[in-house]
Design a protein around this ligand. Sequence first.
Ligand SMILES: Cc1cc2nc3c(=O)[nH]c(=O)nc-3n(C[C@H](O)[C@H](O)[C@H](O)COP(=O)(O)O)c2cc1C
Length: 344
Amino acid sequence: MNLHSHRKDEHVMIAEKLYRKKSSNGLEGVRLIPANLPEISLDEVSLSTTLAGKKIEAPFFINAITGGSETTDRLNEKLAMAAAATGLAMAVGSQSIALKDPAFARGFERLRSINQDGIMLANLGAGHPLKNAEQAVRMISADALELHLNAAQELVMPEGDSSFYWLDNLVELKKCLNVPVLIKEVGSGMTPQTLKILAENNFSYVDLAGSGGTNFAAIENERRKGKETLSFMQELGLTTAETLLGARKHERELHGLALTASGGIRNAEDIVKCLVLGAENVGISGMFLHVLIKDGTDGLIERIEELKLGVRTLMALLGCRTVSELKKTQVILSGELKNTVEQL
Ligand SMILES: Cc1cc2nc3c(=O)[nH]c(=O)nc-3n(C[C@H](O)[C@H](O)[C@H](O)COP(=O)(O)O)c2cc1C
């Protein structure tokens, strides 16, 4: 089997194996406060919001996971079916494999025919040249392109990169592409410093991708057979709560950068907390992958509908009709989280 394809299978297998070893996304340190006089009825709540400037009907989406091997193409097809059935937006996993070997492009292309009218995001690493980015977008007629920053993963990956000059390339891609560009981490969490640099360079969309969920340093450590394990690399990064609070603290310098929150999101409460802390929308990968593997496409569709109801219910309890109203509600932070944020 092609080495790159094999890696795709391994990522899914190891992510699922590590799924139960939950670390903290920090959101347990954020308490929501119910309204005693909500003055609202459940059916008045609107779940709609935006993702990379496009209107979406639910404030969460299927974030980048996979594609590029027989097994992972099948998983992607099921994710696309679930996205089409529920109206959720969906990002595909990195398409670099399909650029190196066009035989793997078909698996990605098929997703657009399954999810014809949905919002779909293409995905590539931050170092790809313009022609690759254009090809990835064309491959799935993408509505936007996610470009991932994954230095920690590459450094632990046995066959990974060791040089990370990305910023100029990202600026060039953003300037030349005719779809919106969203810059994402993959689980290390965007720092306020990075967000300021992105804002200064006129980026509009960022996925904070905090720690507390899928941990790529841990996944790559599992793949370092016969090599020393770099376990300390798994402990680094800002949690999902910390990245959101860091962004909120420095909001004035971020010039309206629209935030996606992700990293360890498992339930409706996590989603609503992220929206209250300032996210426009919330990305979910590991949990959706886990449900898909365990309960199949129908199980995933059921879970997505449960999440929508859960978010709607919580929004009603907070007295909020819209996602933007959520940002005005108060939260109580744990002492530990408050202390950490003071240092950001
Ligand atoms: C098996 C697997 C493969 C992934 N592959 C990609 C990828 O190719 N590109 C990317 O940007 N993110 C990738 N991610 C990262 C997710 O998009 C997300 O940033 C990260 O998993 C944190 O979210 P989670 O805790 O909900 O899983 C992958 C995640 C998983 C579980």
